[in-house]
Design a protein around this ligand. Structure first.
Ligand SMILES: NC(=O)c1ccc[n+]([C@@H]2O[C@H](COP(=O)([O-])OP(=O)(O)OC[C@H]3O[C@@H](n4cnc5c(N)ncnc54)[C@H](OP(=O)(O)O)[C@@H]3O)[C@@H](O)[C@H]2O)c1
Length: 337
């Protein structure tokens, strides 16, 4: 099959299309013909080797962390899916590779694609949808009437998280630039802070939860807008010891993460708020709940651009600009290419 691979960590110079063997299937795997794959900042970080200590992939590696497609074959222990089913998924972090014609995904990581979405739209959901779910619902325990700040509301995670928080009944504040104010308001944001004009830490106070996806300065300033007992959840680092333990990392790496997050954890303690890092995980169960929200219209995908498969490199470069409005997708299933 054709796949978009990285040969050597380091830069965009070491990625290319290649013919690779079809995926090997395990008993609890579902083989999927990929129709579309979402593109995320994570793809470039993996390509550059930023995750090589945490996720020691074998090279060459097929890139890509989410997909929508059609089931072609199921393993002997698979009960929930059959050939012909339209599905979507974020595969397990150890078994990525959605910039390809086929992939084998564990049944438990898969869900039926929302009926009201195209393949392109469905492919844009799993990674950001699960991230928002795990940050706001699972870790954040966000409740009706609570106030949440979602940074970078116009990005992939932000566009989903705003809608999910509104669905819960929260009061949603978000940061974005002037060009995207209308977009985040249409998604339901109640308080919009143009980060080029105003300082969010001077506008907001008494938040119950902050979802940070930006830099360390933003993380630190976010402490000031939280009420005592509030939660600061960061998906852009620094990783903390709980995260190291959840991944089963070595004592050494746990120690490194303790050091990396020491400062923010101390500052959080001083503000009487809780700091935690989240690295999202695959979950078919949560994706099924996300499908219901999409089918009832509570959440809709926000697509910026769809690139043809042969332009995967360009799609990644576009995401790397950091200016995408919602999600970027590559359309994989193009017979003949
Ligand atoms: N730990 C995890 O499990 C996890 C999961 C998903 C994502 N992430 C990480 O979270 C980060 C965000 O991911 P993403 O997919 O949402 O990225 P993205 O879609 O590429 O984000 C682009 C958006 O960010 C906005 N933005 C950039 N700088 C901003 C600023 N200073 N203030 C407010 N908005 C700003 C841009 O809006 P403007 O053009 O208006 O500036 C743009 O719409 C990435 O670092 C990603 O790797 C982590």
């Amino acid at each position: 099959m054709k796949a978009f691979i990285v040969d050597r960590y380091g830069s965009a110079n070491h990625v290319r299309f290649s013919e690779v063997p079809d995926p090997e299937m395990r008993e609890d795997d579902v083989l999927i013909q990929i129709h579309a794959a979402g593109v995320n900042p994570l793809d470039s970080k993996i390509r550059d080797g930023e995750f090589k200590l945490l996720l020691p992939y074998r090279l060459p590696l097929i890139l890509g962390n989410e997909l929508a497609g059609v089931v072609v074959r199921v393993g002997s222990r698979v009960g929930r899916f059959k050939p012909g089913d339209e599905v979507y998924a974020r595969p397990d972090k150890k078994r990525i590779g959605t910039f390809a014609e086929f992939i084998a995904v564990r049944e438990d990581d898969l869900a039926v694609k929302p009926k009201n979405l195209t393949m392109d739209e469905a492919a844009s959901i799993p990674l950001v949808g699960l991230t928002a779910w795990q940050a706001l619902i699972e870790k954040g325990q966000l409740k009706k009437g609570q106030k949440v700040l979602i940074h970078a509301g116009s990005g992939g995670v932000g566009t989903f998280a705003i809608q999910l928080a509104k669905h819960v009944g929260a009061i949603v504040a978000t940061t974005t630039s002037s060009a995207n104010i209308d977009l985040v308001k249409r998604l339901g944001a109640d308080i919009v802070i143009d980060y080029k004009k105003d300082r969010f830490e001077e506008v907001l106070r008494d938040c119950d939860l902050v979802l940070n996806s930006l830099d360390g300065e933003t993380l630190k300033k976010s402490l000031r807008v939280l009420k005592p007992g509030g939660k600061l959840i960061s998906i852009s680092g620094p990783p903390d010891p709980d995260f190291a333990r959840s991944l089963g990392l070595s004592r050494m790496l746990e120690f490194v993460m303790r050091l990396l997050s020491l400062r923010i954890r101390r500052q959080a303690k001083r503000h009487q708020v809780n700091y935690s890092f989240l690295f999202m995980r695959a979950s078919g169960d949560q994706l099924r709940q996300i499908s219901s929200l999409i089918e009832t219209g509570a959440v809709r995908p926000v697509l910026d651009q769809v690139f043809p498969f042969e332009s995967t490199k360009e799609a990644m470069a576009y995401v790397e600009t950091g200016r995408a409005k919602g999600k970027v997708v590559v359309r994989v299933n193009r017979p003949g290419f």
